[in-house]
Design a protein around this ligand. Structure first.
Ligand SMILES: Nc1ncnc2c1ncn2[C@@H]1O[C@H](COP(=O)(O)OP(=O)(O)OP(=O)(O)O)[C@@H](O)[C@H]1O
Length: 446
């Protein structure tokens, strides 16, 4: 996992996230602690309990974003779950162990993506051969005695076609390909959640379901795409991928548990909901402490996964959580409301910032969008004010405001080819002022 020092981690996070310095430090420490733990002698390791992190702060200020960046930086699988979506074991709904299963699925995607890159050249080669087989089929009636030249002639034709294929001269030629499909077991047990099905049973069904082949007439160009996926799949060893994904989850997995405050037993609320919240906390405890969860790919140990709990804690406090659970999240950090200044920076500073994203998107249409300083200042101001006057949704407000600002350009772009659009204060006010005037409208649109 990460051999990055905490300082290096913070520097990397700084490239994407504005402010929230304490949270970045805390995240860097939590990550480094995992690395330190691995360096310990076996005996000592057993004694050291992993330290998880709790992020306290309002919505849309960068809690998830910090973790997402951290995960990407280290190639770790990450999933974000909402604590309030779980129900106690034994009750109808999702039990907390399913978060570990979801993590393994995320890890499989990561491992598959890496393996895909590895097998891609070979898969492409195989696709070319398969297309050649279809374009220049071997004739089964040949007999060496009747026509000893046949094989050599066939090879020559094949080579000629290979050259034409490479030169993309046969792209529109139609061929008949067979596509493999395995019927999903869910279709049979439609009224039974697959999750509720025993994991072994699920695997068994997948293995015994017959593969179905369907034939389709497609162009060479289309066939290339369709066959590539088949060949890539064929070259990957699912068992090895699953084993690697489990290892990746166990050693570097990150689980972001949002809305943890919603399962903290607050002072108010009915007795029965308090009981179920505590039930979820009780179920969560062993997972955070370290346990083994059964998944369809094998057992997964949660001992060294990094758990990040997050919540706004408007109505409850971290001390309303079960003491044991509190103790498992010793790295506490508060995230702050973003200021107008922060908004301005978020718009422009991060690598592939929001404005840069729009510039690049519209560039594909041949439209040049230029944001002027005053325009950006107005945008930040408007977004900030909207957060004050209606609901405070943090930096997410910038997304809705920008989208509305550029709605017309977005729509007209194909007809604006070659033009430059200047986004100055005037443009911003003109586009957003009317919406801002009506409180109702701004609530729906911005
Ligand atoms: N400090 C920041 N710097 C840069 N971008 C930010 C910052 N805070 C939030 N954003 C942007 O705003 C969006 C929402 O942020 P994020 O997902 O981190 O919210 P959050 O704090 O986790 O809230 P919630 O708990 O509601 O999910 C993201 O797209 C992110 O890019």
């Amino acid at each position: 996992m990460s051999e990055l020092t905490p300082k290096e981690v913070v520097a990397k996070l700084d490239e994407h996230i504005i402010g929230q310095h304490d949270a970045k430090r805390a995240a860097a420490i939590a990550l480094r602690n995992r690395w330190r733990w691995k360096q310990l002698p076996e005996e000592m390791r057993k004694e050291v309990t992993p330290k998880n992190m709790m992020m306290i702060g309002p919505t849309g200020v960068g809690k998830t974003e910090i973790c997402r960046r951290l995960a990407r930086l280290t190639g770790s699988p990450l999933i974000k779950v909402e604590a309030s979506k779980y129900t106690e074991v034994g009750y109808y709904g999702r039990d907390v162990e399913s978060m570990v299963r979801d993590l393994v699925e995320a890890a499989i995607q990561i491992v598959k993506a890496t393996k895909r890159d590895e097998v891609l050249p070979k898969a492409k080669q195989r696709v070319e051969e398969r297309i050649l087989d279809l374009l220049v089929p071997t004739e089964s009636t040949w007999s060496q005695e009747e026509d000893p030249e046949a094989e050599a002639r066939h090879q020559r034709t094949r080579e000629k076609f290979r050259e034409m294929l490479a030169a993309k001269e046969l792209e529109t030629r139609e061929i008949d390909i067979s596509i493999e499909q395995r019927q999903a077991p869910m279709q049979i047990f439609s009224n039974m959640g697959v999750e509720q099905m025993d994991t072994n049973l699920q695997n068994m069904f997948e293995k015994i379901m017959p593969k179905q082949h369907s034939h389709r007439k497609v162009t060479v160009e289309e066939a290339r795409g369709l066959l590539l996926e088949q060949e890539v799949e064929g070259l990957m060893d699912p068992d090895a991928i699953h084993a690697e994904a489990i290892e990746l989850s166990e050693e570097t997995g990150m689980i972001f548990i949002d809305e943890i405050d919603k399962i903290a037993g607050g002072a108010e609320g009915s007795k029965s909901s308090d009981v179920s919240r505590q039930g979820v906390q009780r179920d969560l405890l062993p997972i955070v402490e370290g346990t083994t969860v059964q998944t369809r790919y094998g057992n997964v140990k949660t001992d060294h996964m990094l758990f990040i709990a997050a919540g706004a804690f408007h109505r409850s406090r971290p001390s309303d959580l079960m003491p044991e659970l509190q103790g498992r999240f010793p790295i506490r950090v508060e995230l702050h409301d973003l200021t107008q200044e922060d908004f301005l920076k978020i718009l422009t500073e991060p690598a592939s910032s929001l404005t840069q994203q729009y510039v690049s998107l519209l560039e594909t249409e041949g439209v040049t969008v230029e944001f002027e300083k005053e325009g950006l200042q107005s945008l930040a101001e408007i977004a900030f004010q909207l957060n004050q006057s209606s609901q405070n949704i943090g930096a997410r407000r910038l997304h809705t405001v920008l989208e509305h600002l550029l709605e017309e350009v977005s729509f007209e772009a194909p007809d604006l080819k070659g033009q430059a659009i200047k986004i100055d204060a005037n443009y911003v006010n003109q586009k957003l002022a009317s919406v801002m005037k009506s409180e109702d409208m701004s609530k729906f649109i911005l």
